[in-house]
Design a protein around this ligand. Structure first.
Ligand SMILES: [Zn+2]
Length: 236
């Protein structure tokens, strides 16, 4: 009996896709987690130079970037894993007016749900970001405009045609088809062999009671940060 339990425990701990709630909420340090790997300068720029991804994600990305390069298409990671603490900084800088959102200081928006909605056009509440998982990354530019002409258009067309061959998918597509949540992000790509499992676990394990520890967190349920945003994806 004891041996059976031991094997069961071993099997669970060896399953790379098994993640606990703290992981899903981004409450860990990727630089101290052996499942993560530091990005190399060849593939990253800016803050992503000190960034991390899950090993499987980065391996698949490198294969994709090499193939893209052969077609003269540059793929550069500009943001990778962001844990709860770094997402909290981004969120609270916007919430408290330190960083304007579309030219607006959000402390002038007294309706707190509306303040959330404005931040959540493009940014997640801490604890609800796919960037917590080590499966998601932003490529080349944080402006949809960049992807509409020239090199950017070439990049987007290449990704649309080939990213799926490497396991990558754009979760935040055009909302015309009725998708809820964030606006379109042509730069944000997910490694679905892992993110699919993590989204399933997230929906199973995380509730609104787990979303706390930052300014405005009490609005999480009213705005539907799980129902409309975490689940508002075009691919898992
Ligand atoms: Zn992103």
């Amino acid at each position: 009996m004891k041996t059976t339990w031991l094997f069961l425990l071993l099997a669970v701990s060896l399953n790379q896709n098994s993640v606990d709630k703290l992981y899903l909420l981004g409450k860990f340090d990727p630089s101290a987690d052996s499942r993560f790997v530091k990005l190399t300068a060849q593939y990253a720029q800016g803050s992503a130079l000190n960034g991390y991804l899950r090993k499987e994600t980065f391996e698949a990305f490198k294969k994709m970037a090499v193939a893209a390069q052969k077609d003269s298409v540059p793929l550069i990671i500009i943001s990778a894993t962001r844990n709860f603490d770094s997402q909290k900084k981004i969120w609270e800088n916007k919430w408290n007016g330190k960083k304007k959102v579309d030219g607006v200081n959000l402390t002038t928006v007294s309706d707190l749900k509306e303040r959330c909605r404005l931040i959540m056009l493009y940014s997640s509440m801490p604890g609800t970001s796919r960037h917590h998982w080590g499966t998601d990354m932003d490529l080349n530019s944080l402006e949809n405009n960049y992807f509409q002409s020239g090199v950017g258009l070439k990049v987007y067309q290449w990704l649309t045609a080939h990213a799926a061959d490497y396991g990558f998918c754009q979760p935040y597509t055009n909302k015309a088809g009725g998708r809820s949540g964030y606006e379109e992000e042509k730069w944000h790509w997910s490694y679905t062999p892992l993110s699919k499992a993590f989204l399933k676990e997230y929906v199973k394990q995380v509730t609104y009671a787990d979303i706390h520890g930052f300014d405005g967190s009490e609005q999480a349920e009213a705005i539907g940060s799980i129902e409309s945003y975490v689940k508002g994806v075009a691919c898992p």
